[in-house]
Design a protein around this ligand. Sequence first.
Ligand code: G3P
Length: 218
Amino acid sequence: MKFFLDTAIIDEIRDANATGLLDGVTTNPSLIKKSGRDFFEVIAEIAAEVDGPVSAETVAADHETMLKEGLKCAKIADNIAVKVPLTIDGLKTCKALRAEGIMVNVTLCFSANQALLAAKAGATFISPFVGRHDDVGFDGMDLIADIRQIYDNYEFDTEILVASVRHPVHVLQSAQIGADVATFPHSVMQKLAAHPLTDKGLAAFEKDWADTGFSILD
Ligand code: G3P
């Protein structure tokens, strides 16, 4: 499973990248606003920091303008994945950008039928928002399972990029279902590694080792 960080805060990306476990980054207009930085400047810095795909989102509603925006975003760096919304105009733009060999992440997906259309449009990634699905009383993981089944039925190459991940259980369940990617905030990445029994066991080892008076390096 690939891990992407869902942020435009460069310090968070550098910290996660230093683990050697980061496979890409996703951003969106809200995350760009949160960064307080110029769009092109921060996307270029992120794309230079990580080797994997970096999603940069278009903001136009119509296909013609969205395509111009996508082509401009793709020029920022070779590892840019242009993000387009799951609308008819977004699907048309996806198909056009893919014909140019540009990676496309189709976002704001909330149904398996939407995901089926994105795969038919040749999307590189599909971003179903599990947390927001949960927020309105549906089980976001059922959506991921449905998409996985459909994509496997027809051997679509589109990668399932689970988004709107709110906690480690979303990551666990996405991996159990066989999603290709999970993108999550820096805080969730920290929680993935944490376990109180690991901390407790480590403290006990450190105390007992100190009692031995032994040293490995000295
Ligand atoms: O990539 C989509 C993600 O940023 C949305 O997350 O928590 O606002 O639903 P959230």
